[in-house]
Design a protein around this ligand. Structure first.
Ligand code: GDP
Ligand code: GDP
Length: 437
């Protein structure tokens, strides 16, 4: 199961980024080698005591007017409420309580999620400034100084107290979590409704599944699933486009991070647009298995070969994830919708595969004997040994004489060779290089 998510919410300038950076230190790793993907520092992993968690910076846009501030705070609160296990509500201890602090407090209170009220910029020993914040009705304010590093330990202690025990986290929930992602209007809600209405038995009040109101558990053929909702961004949005874009990315990312499999919906009248590619790129980079669902196929005039041609053009745009299967569906007529969960199951199975070391090395050696590893300035790459270190996604370590000698194209070749030998369709795989002399 995934790590607990902690959302950091608050007005601009209260010190959210300062705190974020302090917690994550140097551990921030943002990968940006997928075309079309640009990412803010939205997520970072942190650790405290025995607990691993993911911190989400929900804020961070430029605010120009009060109206925008209000919309921004509402978006932050909504995202936090929908997705986080704990919310850190940041306020500014130097400035005192403001009206927008009250607005946010109201929104958070109604959601019923655990909230810790963090009064930042308490740089010295005197805590008097925090008492005003009792007015917000969010319980005891916790004083910190993100800049000076004061009070951070107490805050993290209070935060992890809301987390499930890490030892129990593993077995918590065997249901397959499905994120349905895609641009507005591609048919996400229609598909979700169709899946839920068909052969459905919605399970309510299962321990552990109630924590997110937006998650819908159901069963099919005795198997448990949970659909994670990513809708919403259009609902009330009145703020400027750049912010909407940022918030849709955060929302999609939140869902993707929590899922076992992503269903990437695109519109069959197009061929994976720039924004589709961006969303698919997020799924790929998060290491999640996926299926591309080409929806609204009922609206497309078809002749012999239409589907194959369409698939070719889509895959051309998604060339960085050439492993992904496509399924042509109509969430309106129901065409092939019954195959969606089968495909999801299949790619989940593929991402959980463990390849025995002996077999893996046979395949790698075979690849090496067919195409010799690259060399540079007279030195040739030597691959001594391979082993799979983890699943979801399948991750392999190659012990080599010098990782620098591994060429991108050769790595791609090895990946393709592995994909020929094993069924990794639908799942990314990762290849790491370690030096051994
Ligand atoms: P954000 O907009 O909420 O992410 O806020 P920032 O982290 O960018 O901080 C806004 C300003 O407050 C910056 O000038 C920080 O240096 C300052 N700041 C942040 N934390 C503290 C603190 O604990 N004490 C003081 N005095 N200033 C702080
Ligand atoms: P979402 O914004 O991605 O959740 O998209 P919706 O499910 O709300 O669908 C947007 C519009 O497309 C609605 O008018 C749907 O009825 C329509 N729609 C969704 N799927 C299909 C489909 O497969 N075929 C057709 N013809 N229309 C569809």
């Amino acid at each position: 199961m995934n790590k607990p998510l902690v959302a950091v919410v608050g007005r601009p300038n209260v010190g959210k980024s300062t705190f974020f950076n302090r917690i994550v230190g140097q551990r921030l790793s943002i990968v940006e080698d997928t075309p079309g993907v640009t990412r803010d520092r939205i997520y970072a992993d942190g650790e405290w005591q025995r607990y691993a968690f993911t911190l989400v910076d929900t804020g961070g846009i430029e605010i120009k007017s009060d109206e925008e501030l209000f919309q921004d705070m509402r978006m932050q609160a909504e995202i936090a409420i929908d997705n986080a296990q704990v919310i850190l509500f940041f306020v500014d201890g130097r400035q005192g309580v403001t009206s927008s602090d009250h607005d946010v407090a109201d929104m958070l209170r109604r959601a019923g999620k655990p909230v810790i009220l963090v009064v930042n910029k308490i740089d010295g020993p005197s805590n008097d400034a925090i008492y005003d914040f009792y007015d917000l009705g969010m319980g005891d304010p916790m004083p910190i100084s993100a800049a000076q590093g004061l009070g951070i330990g107490d805050l993290l202690d209070a935060m992890v107290a809301y987390f499930p025990d890490p030892d129990e986290l593993e077995e918590e929930d065997e249901a397959i979590h499905i994120a349905v992602v895609g641009r507005p209007n591609v048919g996400k809600s229609s598909l979700v409704n169709m899946i839920l209405n068909e052969k459905r038995s919605i399970v309510s009040d299962i321990a552990g599944t109630t924590r997110d109101a937006i998650d819908t558990p159901f069963e099919r053929n005795g198997k448990k699933y949970v659909i994670i909702d990513t809708a919403g961004i259009r609902r009330k949005a009145k703020i400027e486009d750049a912010s909407i874009e940022r918030y849709s990315v955060i929302r999609s990312l939140m869902a993707i991070r929590r899922c076992d499999v992503a269903l990437i919906l695109i519109d069959g009248r197009e061929y994976a647009t720039e924004q589709d590619v961006k969303i698919a790129g997020l799924v790929h980079e998060e290491g999640k298995p996926s299926v591309v669902l080409v929806n609204k196929w009922d609206l497309v005039d078809k002749e012999t070969g239409t589907l194959e041609q369409h698939r070719k053009r889509v895959m051309n745009n998604l060339s960085f994830m050439n492993y992904v299967p496509t399924l042509y569906i109509s969430a309106k007529t129901g065409q092939r919708v019954n195959r969606v969960l089968e495909e999801a199951d299949r790619v989940v199975e593929n991402t959980r595969q463990r390849i025995p070391t002996g077999v893996l090395n046979d395949v790698i050696n075979d690849a090496i004997s067919v195409v010799e590893p690259p060399s540079d300035k007279g030195r040739r790459l030597k691959i001594y040994y391979a082993t799979q270190v983890s699943t979801r996604p399948p991750t392999f370590v190659l012990f080599v004489n010098d990782p620098e000698l591994m060429h991108f194209s050769y790595e791609r070749y090895l990946e393709n060779h592995l994909r020929k030998a094993f069924d990794f369709s639908g799942t990314p795989i990762r290849i790491l290089k370690r030096q051994r002399n």
